[in-house]
Design a binder for this molecule. Structure first.
Ligand code: UTP
Length: 294
């Protein structure tokens, strides 16, 4: 029987060098898209998929990420004094998790995504778990992790979210080698981290959403260095293929790489245009910038 998916790991210990200087003293996952930090989008998406327990992999300068999910007593008191009870309720509803639902472990050195996941080994234990990279933001009708969780229940094994990328960009992603493809779910026969476009086995790239079986930890514990000298999650996942079901899911929705300046700016516009309170204003000022002056 498929074990229920209740846990999520949120790796947030990276240095965010593509977003300097913004990320010099601040975590990239605290950057807001419209009015919500990236980390909150990730937690809300996971909760919508039935996830109940969270573990952040943090590092130096990342404490604000954990504090974001605390109760802000002073702020709430001030808002109450000002009669802004709805704002208090909204804060509680969106950022307070049940007591004990969120934990943080430290990755003292950013040795790679695989190493970050291994740091959560005690939290993961013997359970299947989700991974959400908060800098990948997905705009979709059904939250991306809920789509992945459904595919996990269907296949009983590892599932990663995948998107087609231009061939010249394969060297930025983990790329799938596939055996079967029904247009939605693909059966994975191999994975390569950041392959040269000429050598990439496909143009299906893994984006920052995964559901993995705990067996991946055994392979991560070898600390083998892969592409870029980092402990790569992709390499450990490769070792699961053939041992357990392994699928890629072409999810419904659009993904924005918010760790990248252009991707982040595009996300601001796409998310703002979805907001009833902002859409008209944003559309009007966008026109002013893009329409040729008369
Ligand atoms: P990225 O590849 O985006 O790296 O990591 P980064 O350091 O965050 O950003 P750049 O490339 O320097 O701009 C993907 C995810 O893995 C986490 C990051 O926090 C991000 O969510 N990560 C990466 C870790 O937690 N630890 C690591 O050692 C590396």
């Amino acid at each position: 029987m498929t074990r229920p998916l209740r846990k999520a790991v949120l790796p947030v210990a990276g240095l965010g060098t593509r977003f300097l200087p913004a990320t010099k003293a601040m975590a990239k996952e605290m950057l807001p898209v419209v009015d919500k930090p990236l980390i909150q989008y990730a937690v809300e998406e996971a909760r919508a998929a039935g996830i109940e327990e969270f573990c952040m992999i943090t590092g130096r300068g990342k404490t604000a990420l954990v504090e974001h999910f605390d109760i802000a007593f002073e702020l709430e008191a001030t808002l109450r004094e000002r009669g802004r009870l709805q704002a208090v309720e909204e804060l509680r509803r969106t950022t307070s998790l049940p007591p004990g639902a969120i934990a943080a472990v430290r990755q003292q050195e950013p040795l790679g995504l695989g190493h970050a996941i291994w740091c959560a080994r005690a939290f993961i234990g013997e359970d299947p778990f989700a991974i959400l990279l908060p800098d990948d933001l997905v705009l979709s009708e059904t939250p991306c992790m809920a789509q992945l969780a459904a595919a996990y229940r269907e296949t009983g094994g590892n599932v990663v979210a995948v998107s087609e990328v231009p061939r010249e960009q394969t060297n930025r992603y983990g790329i799938l080698d596939i055996t079967a493809d029904d247009g939605r779910l693909v059966e994975v026969s191999g994975l390569v981290e950041k392959p040269d476009p000429l050598l990439a086995p496909s143009t299906l790239a893994i984006i920052g959403r995964y559901v993995l079986l705990p067996e991946v930890l055994t392979h991560l514990a070898r600390f083998e260095r892969g592409a870029g000298g980092e402990v790569q999650l992709t390499d450990a996942m490769t070792r699961l293929i053939g041992q357990h079901p392994f699928h890629g899911l072409r999810f419904e929705g659009r993904r924005f790489d918010c760790g990248d300046k252009a991707g982040f700016l595009e996300a601001q516009i796409a998310f703002a245009l979805r907001r009833p309170d902002l859409a008209d204003t944003v559309r009007a000022f966008l026109r002013r910038y893009v329409e040729p002056a008369i």
